[in-house]
Design a protein around this ligand. Structure first.
Ligand SMILES: [Zn+2]
Length: 433
């Protein structure tokens, strides 16, 4: 089966393996004098790998691309990336790749508090996506009893949970809203607390990094909400989860992935230390089928703590700050729209959560304006004070003082699907407000 290849997972052996087998990387590195002999010593010079390159490669060499390093007979499973913004990347896995993925995934779920005595309903999409069958295996590896529910037929899920009383649910945070709506409309407004769930293991979306968001879930559902599943499916699948301290996501894939941080604008390296912020770059240390070298995840993370945790784990902890492809550079400072959203979400009694970020149409950006809708019934004094406080809090988070304008509910445009949050104004004289 070829499964004995590169068993120790060291960087130099992995690079030798990749450069002796991957037509994709041989061609990519050919022009810069990188060979299997010198790649480890010149690691920091190796050009980054981008998702678009993987898509182009798979287009040119269907179905798996020229980066397939294993024989087809060694490939045991095919999955795909979720591909919300473009075509998905097909992921081929050998038995050893699957074992590594499931082992790290189980480590994440255990850290998040899943135990052999738990019964967990697994409500992610099983259709080709890593979050389905592969996460199912990781859940089982913890010793917990796993209910393979998938997505769809929410009424059936409600009936099942009332009947079988599982102790935990693994789903996206937004799926809870769907369950709440079904309870309200078809189960006489029953409370989610009646399910008796103890643990909410959440995956696939941001949100839990905002204390108000987590608190709302816990109060409404009577469970402990845990960010249990941060993953990068091109590189592995699950790679990080919160522990009981719930103070950032522990990086759990140290044996399987080499993490780096870079400045997304300059690609300069950033040391992984407390307070550091940068785009996460990953290199597979033992993947056999489609190994990646210096893969730009486009996820920007903030290192919450690099020191060992009270839970006994020593891996660094982080929050996902935003996507580097959504980053704005204002006065030379990197600004993520999601950071501004987190401030706005901190005023749930006064702001309804609708907002817009306004910048000029042309770079470089010299200023930033934020428009936010306030709830009805606030006095002029309260509005003035709210605008000042909002501006100060945003300044504290992004290190730039924004212009702030509050507007009435319904004033900002809503669009079908994803609402456009960043607006580029053609008139540079007075952006936005
Ligand atoms: Zn911990």
């Amino acid at each position: 089966m070829g499964e004995t290849l590169n068993a120790d997972g060291t960087l130099s052996e992995q690079l030798e393996y990749v450069l002796s087998r991957s037509a994709f990387y041989k061609e990519k590195y050919a022009g810069c004098g990188i060979t299997s002999e010198n790649a480890a010593n010149r690691f920091s010079e190796l050009p980054f790998t981008e998702k678009q390159e993987l898509l182009d490669d798979q287009e040119a060499h269907p179905p798996f691309g020229a980066n397939l390093c294993a024989e087809l007979a060694e490939v045991q499973r095919i999955q795909k990336t979720s591909g919300t913004s473009n075509r998905p990347v097909l992921i081929a896995l050998t038995p050893k790749d699957i074992e590594t993925t499931v082992s790290v995934g189980a480590t994440c779920f255990r850290a998040a508090g899943l135990e052999p005595t738990d019964v967990v309903v697994h409500c992610l999409n099983y259709c080709l996506w890593m979050g389905g069958y592969t996460d199912h295996q990781s859940l089982e590896r913890t010793g917990a009893t796993v209910v393979p529910y998938g997505v769809g037929n929410t009424v059936g899920l409600v009936e099942f949970m009332f009947h079988a009383k599982p102790t935990a649910i693994h789903c996206t945070p937004s799926y809870l809203a769907k369950l709440e709506a079904v309870l309200a409309e078809q189960f006489g407004g029953a409370s989610p607390k009646e399910f008796g769930l103890k643990k909410g293991l959440f995956a696939g979306e941001g949100g839990l990094q905002y204390p108000n968001f987590r608190q709302r879930i816990e109060e409404k559902w009577g469970l402990c909400a845990i960010n249990a599943n941060y993953g990068v499916s091109e590189a592995l699948s699950m790679i990080a989860a919160e522990c009981a301290e719930r103070d950032g996501l522990h990086f759990m894939a140290g044996d399987a992935l080499l993490p780096e941080l870079i400045d997304p604008a300059t690609t300069d390296p950033i040391p992984i230390e407390t307070g550091a912020q940068g785009e996460l770059v990953l290199t597979n240390l033992c993947r056999l089928a489609q190994p990646l070298i210096r893969y730009r995840t486009r996820d920007v993370i903030s290192v919450v703590r690099a020191e060992p945790c009270d839970c006994g784990r020593s891996s660094f902890r982080f929050q996902v700050t935003g996507r580097s492809d959504e980053m704005l550079v204002v006065k030379g400072i990197n600004v993520y729209p999601s950071a501004i959203r987190s401030v706005i979400d901190g005023f749930p009694d006064m702001l309804n959560g609708e907002y817009q970020i306004v910048v000029s149409a042309t770079e470089p950006l010299a200023e930033i304006a934020v428009k936010a809708e306030h709830v009805a019934g606030l006095s002029p004094d309260a509005l003035e004070s709210l605008a000042t406080t909002l501006g100060q809090k945003i300044r504290h988070v992004i290190n730039i003082a924004p212009r702030v304008a509050l507007c009435k509910e319904g004033e900002l445009p809503r669009t079908e699907g994803k609402t456009r949050r960043v607006v580029r104004e053609a008139n540079d004289e007075k952006i936005g407000i």
